[in-house]
Design a protein around this ligand. Structure first.
Ligand code: ADP
Ligand code: MG
Length: 484
């Protein structure tokens, strides 16, 4: 899908690359044994290493390394068997050591790629430049006291993966699709919970604009955007600003900017002139990180089926349209739910119910698949009642709503409320006769050529039968009576 900005000097194209910070799921921090639980009381999860007490030594957490490698494998990326930790030096109140341990020249993961799907059904590959491990900083709290700021070091030292994309993104939609896909992959892998509300995934957005075919122009970086929607809005706002700068004869200068969602505009935070010189150097407390190929292969063998593979399997084995399969694999729990319902049943029908009535019910009740009032087994049982003719399609919707409301099993609801489909032709004929007798004027119009009234009669008979008539038999009976 093309997205361009029309300016006075012609058509502009957006160029965008994303740097995503993803918090690693691990019980303890990257270089200390302190816990990583979110939402704990301030400064209750801080070791001497995190607080940078003199003489404390970092000890690399193997699980964090494994998580980074799993993520690299999940992004079809090159795993670098030798990588190195560097100190990135800067002063900030929430960084007690005065440096962040990161990976600069030798990251643990090299080139990979992410396949994105767009609304028009097309797919694109977005290149991943690298993934490296680094420590998170603490958090300054400015809203606790009118006169003072506080610092919470709980987050200090928590492992982050910085995942840098190539400048391959061309539209806000592609950026959104990239982030959603990345989040899905991280969640499948269990390496990051992808929760942008809690800050466990955040993005720096690099944007430039150019006329098609030109070399890349100067970019600006919009820092720390914390929702996918805001990333998309920030790209659009920043690109429009740059087009205006270029077209008014100015020049875009490389700088760091912030996105203000209220104004839907970016503003300057610091220019390249005050850019930090981080004075990176290898951390003398840490040896180069050398991985064993066999260990990496063990992690590869332990990877779950990932969303692209699962989607292809759903299309192939369940004969689902690619779009529906994509919706079902977006969350692993949804995919599992679908497979439980579909097993031994009409898979397309299962998919339609899940993406239709079931998702609507979750939305309406504010539930998730984990807290769904209707378990997969019950939805499957409902499809069985539909499949074997115990109930008709209309009643199935009614039973489903009752399942959502009461949590009861479908069989129980059908029996308790007497919703079995009526297939007794005697009862259907009687209902047909009663409806025709009660509507002599409509009957005359029908016989006079107003064919459309057939639907009216079907509706009336179904109504008389409280929706429980077998639709095929009702149609057949009506046709027979109206023909005679
Ligand atoms: P830095 O380390 O200074 O942030 P990088 O070269 O690592 O710079 O690039 C950071 C991000 O900026 C990457 O995601 C990359 O894709 C993106 N990027 C690089 N050049 C451009 C450009 N001209 N326009 C938009 N994005 C760009
Ligand atoms: Mg950067």
């Amino acid at each position: 899908m093309s997205y361009t900005i029309e300016g006075a000097t012609g058509i502009w194209e957006i160029v965008c690359g994303l740097e995503v910070h993803a918090q690693v799921i691990s019980r303890s921090k990257l270089f200390s044994g302190a816990a990583t639980d979110f939402g704990s009381a301030p400064n209750t999860q801080v070791s001497f290493v995190d607080a940078a007490f003199p003489g404390m030594l970092p000890v690399l957490n193997e699980e964090c390394v494994a998580q980074a490698v799993r993520t690299g494998l999940g992004l079809n990326a090159q795993i670098n068997l030798t990588s190195r930790f560097d100190r990135k030096n800067y002063f900030y109140a929430d960084l007690p050591s005065g440096y962040q341990i990161s990976q600069f020249a030798h990251p643990i993961v090299g080139r990979g790629e992410v396949e994105i799907e767009l609304a028009d059904g097309s797919t694109r590959q977005i290149g991943v430049t690298r993934l490296h491990l680094e420590q998170d900083a603490g958090k300054s709290l400015h809203d606790q006291d009118p006169a003072r700021s506080f610092i919470d070091f709980n987050r200090c030292g928590v492992a982050l993966m910085e995942i840098v994309s190539e400048p391959d993104i061309r539209t806000p939609e592609e950026a959104g699709a990239y982030l959603r896909k990345l989040r899905t992959v991280l969640r499948y892998l269990g390496t990051c919970d992808g929760n942008m509300d809690e800050g466990s995934m955040r993005a720096d957005v690099n944007v430039s604009v150019r006329h098609a075919g030109e070399a890349f122009r100067t970019r600006c970086e919009v820092k720390n955007v914390n929702s996918i929607r805001f990333v998309m809005l920030a790209i659009e706002a920043e690109a429009r600003r740059q087009v205006e700068v270029w077209e008014s004869g100015g020049e875009v200068v490389q700088e760091t900017r912030l996105f203000d969602p209220a104004r839907q505009a970016t503003r300057s935070m610091r220019s390249k002139e005050d850019a930090h010189d981080y004075r990176y150097f290898p951390d003398p407390d840490l040896l180069p990180l050398v991985l064993d190929q066999g260990w990496v292969e063990g992690l590869r063998a332990g990877l779950p089926e990932l969303p692209d593979a699962k989607r292809a399997r759903f299309v192939r084995d369940y004969k689902l349209p690619a779009y529906d399969a994509g919706v079902l694999v977006a969350e692993q729990s949804t995919a599992d739910f679908f497979e439980t319902v579909a097993r031994g049943r009409d898979a397309r029908l299962a998919a339609n119910w899940i993406t239709g009535d079931f998702f609507a019910a979750l939305n309406r009740t504010g539930r998730t698949i984990e807290t769904s009032p209707v378990p997969a087994g019950d939805l499957g049982a409902l499809l069985d009642l539909l499949g074997d003719g115990t109930i008709n399609g209309r009643i199935a919707k009614e039973v489903f709503e009752a399942m959502v409301e009461t949590g009861a099993a479908p069989g129980e609801i059908v029996e308790r409320r007497g919703l079995r489909q009526v297939t007794d032709t005697g009862a259907i004929d009687a209902a047909v006769d009663a409806v025709l007798a009660a509507n002599p004027d409509k009957l005359a119009e029908y016989r006079g050529g107003k064919d459309k009234l057939f639907g009216f009669f079907v509706g009336q008979v179904m109504k008389a039968m409280e929706g429980k008539g077998n639709p095929g038999l009702v149609n057949e009976a009506l046709r027979g009576r109206l023909a005679s």
